[in-house]
Design a protein around this ligand. Structure first.
Ligand SMILES: *Cc1c(COP(=O)(O)O)cnc(C)c1O
Length: 362
């Protein structure tokens, strides 16, 4: 079966040598290897305010804290995402206000978000779902007009760009995840990008119990609530080695995605996603809408290709029942969306096979 997701790891000889060196170096906690990975990764994205953490969820949590989100506040978010986007909001005690999606892209709809802003709204959580950038132009306007920060959850969209600049440069807060199945994995880990030094320095304290690493423990005085969210030298070493191979891996996702954009045009019962102007997706999953989804999935799977919506709309989880609201576009999208494999493991032969299968009908 061609899977929907798969973890890439660098060649054994190269990775194991680096891992052995760091594992027996006598320093496996957060140290130079973490600094090195942050440096390498910040160069890759093009933003120097780059803070590594132990997961994408931790990066989201720090961003919410920096937005001042507390119990009783509201955060507008999307149900079309992986659960951590929203369980982290719940963790702060804030109420999730669901925004509807833009039916053409599956991403949060700026117009609907704007209609749901209240005095209690402290942040907007927007997900670049499946690797497609959000409507960056409109969300930047909303951020400016209402002075409400947008947290861009780009866990699916490493390497995607807007106006030729990678995600991680457009908002006050952008997060990436290095969990096992994301574009780039450090086994587990995450990154938070910020827009200025002040926020970056505060985020650094929150990352490590509120302690300042530049002073000794004896000289430290904790003034704010911090957490154990730092990355260690082992995960960072995996990350730095991964980055050496990443251009090739990322282009495989993008090349396959662009191939499907062309090859699957104008097929009966199938609608492709649209992308916002000046946006370049990084196609973590290839998303489309199909009629008769159960039949489509069965046909694909009986021919050895995994197909699935992968995520459950988050608003129907019991834990979020107080936030229940009418979301007509989500209802509509939810009946038809499906993903097909599009990552580095999908060969030219595989993608032709996938296209031929779909063209034959289901
Ligand atoms: C994976 C993921 C996260 C969180 O990542 P972890 O590193 O697993 O904590 C957040 N948002 C989205 C959309 C994700 O897919």
């Amino acid at each position: 079966m061609i899977p929907l997701v798969k973890s890439y790891l660098p060649p054994k000889k190269v990775l194991m040598k680096s891992l052995e060196d760091i594992l027996y170096s006598g320093y496996i906690a957060q140290g130079e290897a973490v600094d090195q990975f942050e440096n390498d990764f910040s160069k890759f994205i093009g933003n120097k305010y780059c803070l590594s953490v132990n997961s994408g969820s931790s990066a989201l949590h720090i961003a919410l804290i920096l937005c001042g989100v507390k119990e009783g506040d509201e955060v507008i978010s999307t149900p079309i995402t992986a659960e951590p986007t929203n369980t982290v909001i719940a963790q702060t005690g804030a109420k999730i206000v669901w925004g509807d999606i833009d039916i053409k892209t599956g991403n949060l709809c700026p117009k609907d978000v704007e209609s749901k802003i209240t005095k209690k709204t402290k942040a907007i959580m927007a997900v670049a779902y499946a690797g497609m950038p959000i409507d960056i132009k409109r969300f930047k306007e909303i951020e400016k007009k209402y002075k409400i920060p947008v947290i861009e959850d780009a866990a699916h969209a490493l390497g995607a760009s807007y106006k030729k600049q990678k995600l991680g440069n457009h908002f006050n807060f952008t997060i990436f995840s290095f969990q096992a199945i994301k574009h780039l994995t450090t086994i587990d880990g995450g990154m938070l990008f910020l827009a200025n030094k002040k926020q970056y320095e505060k985020a650094k304290l929150i990352r490590w119990f509120g302690l300042d690493k530049n002073k000794t423990r004896l000289k430290n005085n904790i003034t704010l609530q911090g957490y154990k969210y730092h990355m260690n030298n082992i995960n960072a070493t995996v990350g730095s080695v991964q980055l050496k191979y990443f251009d090739k891996i990322l282009s495989a996702y993008i090349d396959n995605g662009k191939y499907f954009d062309q090859a699957l045009k104008d097929i009966d019962g199938l609608k492709l996603m649209e992308y916002y102007k000046n946006s370049e997706p990084s196609y973590w999953l290839y998303t489309m809408k199909v009629k008769n989804r159960p039949r489509f999935i069965k046909m694909m799977e009986s021919n050895g290709v995994m197909a699935s919506p992968l995520h459950k709309r988050n608003d129907i989880h019991s834990i979020f029942k107080q936030s229940k609201t009418n979301l007509p576009n989500v209802d509509n999208f939810n009946k038809e969306w499906v993903h097909i494999p599009c990552g580095w493991w999908v060969s030219k032969k595989d993608r032709k096979l996938i296209t031929d299968l779909i063209k034959k009908g289901w």
